[in-house]
Design a protein around this ligand. Structure first.
Ligand SMILES: [Zn+2]
Length: 245
C-alpha cells in the first residue's frame, strides 16, 4: 500500500536504503577473538566432526547437496568445523613426528604448513569451510589428494559440477590452482561459504596474530619468529582465491 502521508513515505524509503547495510553490518564486528581462533562459536550447529558448521553455511550446503544429488553426486563432508584444540592435536602430532625424524623445529613447522594450519589460524575454526568428496565414487585410500579430482580420478565428476555450480550456493574454492599463489598447496576439496567467511576474514585481519600465537600454548611456538608470522599471514592466510577477500 502506498501511503499519502509524506512522513511515512520518507521513512519507508529510508528503511529500504538502509536495510542491506544493516544486514551486512550485523555480521561485521560481531565476531570475538575466541570465535575467530576456534575457541567456541555460538553459531555452530551439528554434533560431529563432519557435520558441525556455521548455521548459515549448513543451510546453503544442504541446498547444494540436494541439487548435486540430481546429477548422481553424493557430496560428503570429510571435515567441517574444527576447534582450536583439535587443530592443536593435529599440529603437535606432526611436529613430534617430523622432529623425531631429524628435522629442525623450523623445518618441521615449514613442512607442516604445506597442508596443515597453525592452531588459531585455520579457516575450519569458523565453521564456514568444508572439505568435500563424492560418496558415490569408489573411495581411494587417501581421499584428499589433488589427482583424485582430475582426469580419471574418482572425484572428477564432483569437481566439474562444483566448478560450474558451487558459487551459486555461496561456496568458493579457497586454495586455488593458480601457479602464482603462495601459501597452502592446491586443495580442490576445500570450499568456503563466502557470505560468512568474508566478514570473518575481515575481522580476523584486525587481530594481533603475533600476540595470539605467543599467548596460545602450542608445541614449537617459540620458533615462530616475527618474520615467519608476517610471511605466514601474507601467504597462507591471505594469498587465497581473491573472491574470498
Ligand atoms: Zn580444509
Amino acid at each position: 500500500m502506498i501511503s499519502n502521508n509524506p512522513k511515512i513515505v520518507i521513512l519507508s524509503c529510508f528503511i529500504f536504503v538502509l536495510l542491506p547495510l544493516i544486514s551486512f553490518n550485523t555480521l561485521q564486528g560481531k565476531f570475538t577473538r575466541n570465535q575467530l581462533i576456534g575457541k567456541g562459536n555460538p553459531d555452530i550447529i551439528g554434533d560431529s566432526y563432519t557435520s558441525k558448521m556455521h548455521k548459515n553455511a549448513k543451510n546453503a550446503f544442504l541446498k547444494m547437496k540436494k541439487e548435486a544429488a540430481k546429477e548422481g553426486i553424493n557430496i560428503e563432508v570429510v571435515s567441517a568445523y574444527r576447534s582450536f584444540q583439535r587443530q592443536k592435536e593435529i599440529f603437535e602430532r606432526k611436529y613430534k613426528r617430523y622432529t623425531k625424524q631429524g628435522l629442525s623445529p623450523e623445518q618441521a613447522i615449514n613442512k607442516i604448513i604445506e597442508y596443515s594450519t597453525i592452531p588459531g589460524t585455520s579457516r575450519h575454526h569458523w565453521g564456514t569451510d568444508i572439505d568435500i568428496i563424492d560418496a558415490n565414487a569408489t573411495r581411494p585410500k587417501n581421499v584428499l589428494v589433488a589427482e583424485n579430482f582430475y582426469d580419471d580420478g574418482p572425484y572428477c565428476k564432483l569437481k566439474e559440477w562444483l566448478d560450474l555450480h558451487s558459487e551459486e550456493y555461496g561456496f568458493y574454492e579457497v586454495y586455488t590452482n593458480n601457479p602464482n599463489r603462495k601459501g597452502f598447496k592446491y586443495e580442490p576439496w576445500h570450499f568456503s561459504y563466502a557470505p560468512v567467511s568474508k566478514p570473518m576474514l575481515q575481522e580476523y585481519k584486525t587481530l594481533d596474530l603475533k600476540t595470539i600465537l605467543k599467548e596460545e600454548k602450542v608445541l614449537g611456538n617459540e620458533y615462530f619468529s616475527e618474520e615467519f608470522i608476517s610471511k605466514y599471514l601474507k601467504e597462507n592466510i591471505l594469498d587465497i582465491n581473491p573472491k574470498l577477500l
